[in-house]
Design a protein around this ligand. Structure first.
Ligand code: 13P
Length: 126
């Protein structure tokens, strides 16, 4: 059984390049975690980091954020790295807010930008 803790990776469209670059630069560290991601993000990170084993959920606007929120609530996601785009309106904004809310309710480490993610990945161990 895979007893590693799980990190969720998500990026909005304007931030997907940033997340792919972050993942490439931290491929070894990320490999210590189980990884789940929203659909499109997971595909981009997988392309950038062939060594990682990524479980891809639904795309964010189609319920992927909510799936990750449910995994946080059930204790199956332990850290959230979510590169958000604060400059673009999203049809699924309520889902994004709900996900951040649950990450706060369950007090899991949450990075919303690269500067924080770089620090989390160094100091948080699965
Ligand atoms: O929209 C998202 C998060 O709110 C991300 O979803 P995708 O990774 O499927 O683009």
């Amino acid at each position: 059984m895979d007893s590693r803790k799980c990190v969720a990776l998500i990026a909005h469209d304007q931030k997907k390049d940033d997340l792919a670059a972050f993942a490439q630069a931290n491929e070894v560290e990320l490999g210590l975690w189980k990884i789940v991601a929203t659909g499109t993000t997971g595909g981009r990170v997988q392309e950038a980091c062939p060594s990682l084993d990524i479980t891809r959920l639904k795309s964010g606007p189609l319920g992927g954020d909510q799936q990750i929120g449910a995994m946080i609530a059930t204790g199956n996601v332990h850290m959230l790295i979510f590169f958000t785009d604060p400059l673009t309106a999203m049809p699924h904004d309520v889902d994004v807010k709900a996900l951040m809310r649950l990450a706060t309710v369950y007090d899991i480490p949450m990075a919303l930008n690269r500067a924080t993610a770089e620090r989390l990945i160094d100091f948080q161990h699965p």
